[in-house]
Design a protein around this ligand. Sequence first.
Ligand SMILES: NC(=O)c1ccc[n+]([C@@H]2O[C@H](COP(=O)([O-])OP(=O)(O)OC[C@H]3O[C@@H](n4cnc5c(N)ncnc54)[C@H](OP(=O)(O)O)[C@@H]3O)[C@@H](O)[C@H]2O)c1
Length: 335
Amino acid sequence: MTDLPQTMLHAAATGAGGPDVIHIARGPLPQPKPDEVLIRVQAAGVNRPDVLQRQGLYPVPPSASPIMGLEVAGEVAAVGAAVTVWQLGDKVCALSNGGGYAEYCAAPEAQCLPWPAGYSAVQAAALPETYFTVWANVFMHGRLASGESLLVHGGTSGIGVTAIQLAVAFGATVYATAGSDAKAAACVALGAAGGINYRTADFLDDIKRLTGGRGVDVVLDMVGAPYTVRNLRCLAMDGRLVQIGLQQGAKVDGFDLGVVMMRRLVVTGSTMRPRTTAEKGVIAAQLRARVWPLLDAGRCAPVIHAVFPLAEAGAAQALMETSAHTGKIMLTVAA
Ligand SMILES: NC(=O)c1ccc[n+]([C@@H]2O[C@H](COP(=O)([O-])OP(=O)(O)OC[C@H]3O[C@@H](n4cnc5c(N)ncnc54)[C@H](OP(=O)(O)O)[C@@H]3O)[C@@H](O)[C@H]2O)c1
């Protein structure tokens, strides 16, 4: 690490609050643990969990960097003593355990993947958070299979765009909800068979109509409590509800276990960040084998809505809070 600087710039937050608490600060470089690489960050993704962390609503796990940012792309600038896969200069994108809004970020080597063919740093950094989350939840927990159907709530979110694209690429029929007619149309443009404006239509009615009364095999939900009863009623026999967010609460009124029994439903869900490195490594290995070839071939690709310099991370998060975006909001970092 001899040619590395002693300090780096990063985006810090002065306590919990609005986007204006974010400012640029100087601090020490992260020291990679034996199984980690140090990445010279060129681009980082902005995700809803970053907003929650800034608001003081998402406690940082004890061993994770307190700096915001869960995904980066850049070049390997140093390797820990036990690293075997990556070498100095390799272009990687990584699901980090925090620390992405910075010039340098340490990440376990098992959570790194190569840049797909022809990708820029911004495109590569747009992949890890949504691809790890969608693969783990829709395909591993939700067991979505070719020929099945999926309802994605928040279809134009970073997560939603990836869920639509990946499910279609793997042969599923996808329906998606979003908060305007234009966003519902964007879901269809991404490959969904139906886009539902949840502000003007009841998604349960629409799903029943669109599926001829059968329902869908999997629902991916990030809304929570007010959707749960209708999500269960959207499901076909042996359907799976996968919960990945709780934007409108966790406590459900009117939950009817009888529906679960009669329709043999599975209710599951997960969070990504607290998983172990080994668990994230399993997801990374599956992504590399099953999904990276699709990205290399251009069969799916991240949708970049806006790019901000690191110094404007607050503006990037403010944009996310408006929900005006479709796809990813990104930061560029010049180390
Ligand atoms: N469990 C995990 O491992 C994990 C990992 C990453 C992210 N997440 C969660 O996944 C969600 C998306 O994350 P992101 O980073 O992609 O954020 P994002 O782009 O800001 O997405 C939030 C989305 O929620 C949608 N939404 C809000 N209310 C809705 C409603 N009533 N019905 C349908 N959609 C609604 C918004 O759509 P409209 O603007 O159209 O309303 C927006 O697209 C967040 O809840 C985040 O916490 C979970």
